[in-house]
Design a protein around this ligand. Structure first.
Ligand code: KDG
Ligand code: MG
Length: 402
């Protein structure tokens, strides 16, 4: 199965997505996701200018060799742009291998290790009553796990809070929006918010919260301890993720389970977190951490140390990489939870999917490959629309982690 074409398509159906199309002499086409929120064109150029020409003529079945060729062969390793580009190639090649074999990708990864993949939805609100009503809606729709995010009264509008009826989307504007964050009111409010969830909905639903890398280690330790009574499934991204050592301090103070990893792009970013058991869930994503092949290695390392998976699944991961995540989730023994934020309209006009949601569990479907189609004609109706993630500042103007 020789590769005869590799093309990059940038489109914006609801938000920007970068899609890699690999064409083979067998007539089969594989799709990969190369979206890196706010830096889309950097990955598109990396692929178009440097990777696509070197793909032509290769055997699409040699997934591992091609992965190593682009990782070791570039000499310059790791980093979000490089690893997202390699991920797109890897995902497209797994899609092709499945299509060639006539099997869904999860069968090639060892077959189903569970009936379905537990996903969590995103409840949010500009006020506590609004967030609790949104939370109730997720339970009505059958979710077994829900993340709670809420604006801090009289202060920050809060990370992860949707506006209107559309799904939350932080990227906006051709220049980054500026937001404000103060840690004191946040730390006082989060226990109250999580307590209100438990008061209204009890303890059967799995409850999660994302601190979005905003705390210092000792602040995170205090938050973890304060929310222990509410028995979270996980506290996500408590501190800036590049400081692996910070998690040791948090760990010493709290039994709240810790999750991190959506900004990681290789196994080297989480080696110590995993091998020293500093976290409970590894949240790297299939599209930013080198594709199915590399994320599977991260998950296997995690399995050895009792760390479970919690793949990133925000709306800025296209349906192609969300499907890839579901296939991997189906097959790995140490699956924990999958994030499912959903995709804004009109993404469904461009991406066709086969996944299903039933009683809180998702299944990727049994179509050969990943089970995602990309409509190139429809994509032309939604040209690239530059948008950036917000920049965060403290009240005194100091730039802070967003
Ligand atoms: O592009 C950034 C988003 O993917 C990120 O802000 C989403 O934190 C996030 C999450 O948990 O989904
Ligand atoms: Mg997050």
């Amino acid at each position: 199965m020789k590769i005869i074409g590799a093309d990059v398509i940038v489109c914006s159906p609801g938000r920007n997505y970068v899609t890699l199309k690999i064409t083979t002499d067998s007539g089969l086409i594989g799709w990969g996701d190369a979206t890196l929120n706010g830096r889309e064109l950097a990955v598109a150029s990396y692929l178009r200018d440097h990777v696509c020409p070197q793909l032509i003529g290769r055997d699409a079945h040699q997934i591992e060799d091609i992965w190593q060729y682009f990782y070791k062969g570039a000499y310059w390793r790791r980093g979000p742009v490089t690893m997202t580009a390699i991920a797109a190639v890897d995902i497209a090649l797994w899609d092709l291998k499945g299509k060639a074999a006539g099997l869904p990708v999860y069968q090639l990864l060892g077959g189903a290790a569970r009936d379905g993949v537990m996903v969590y939805g995103h409840a949010s609100g500009g006020s506590l009553p609004e967030m609790l009503d949104d939370f109730a809606g997720y339970l009505d729709r059958g979710y077994l796990a829900v993340r709670a995010q809420c604006a801090v009264p009289g202060g920050d509008k809060g990370y992860g809070v949707h506006r209107g009826h559309q799904l939350y989307e932080p990227a906006s504007g051709s220049m980054p929006d500026e937001e404000r964050f103060e840690v004191g009111p946040y730390l006082r409010f989060v226990p109250e918010m999580l307590g209100a969830v438990r008061d209204r909905f009890g303890y059967d639903v799995h409850l999660l919260h994302d601190a979005h890398h905003r705390l210092t280690p000792i602040q995170a330790a205090r938050l973890g301890r304060d929310i222990e009574p509410f028995q979270l499934f996980w506290l996500e991204d408590a501190t800036p993720a590049e400081d692996q050592e910070a998690f040791r301090l948090i760990r010493q103070h709290t039994t709240t389970p810790l999750a991190v990893g959506e900004v990681f792009n290789s196994i080297w970013d989480c080696q110590h977190l995993i091998t020293e058991r500093l976290i409970d869930y590894i949240r790297a994503s299939v599209s930013h951490a080198g594709g199915i092949s590399h994320l599977r290695k991260i998950f296997s390392l995690a399995e050895l140390y009792g760390v479970r998976t919690g793949s990133h699944g925000a709306g800025d991961l296209s349906p192609v990489s969300f499907a890839a995540a579901l296939h991997l989730d189906m097959a790995v023994p140490n699956f924990g939870m999958q994030e499912y934020m959903g995709h804004r309209d009109p993404a469904g006009e461009v991406f066709g999917t086969t996944w299903t949601f039933n009683n809180g569990l998702m299944h990727p479907g049994d179509a050969p490959g990943l089970g995602v189609d990309f409509d190139e004609k429809a994509a032309e109706r939604f040209p690239y629309d530059p948008k950036y993630l917000p920049v965060n500042r403290r009240t005194d103007g100091t730039v802070h982690d967003w």
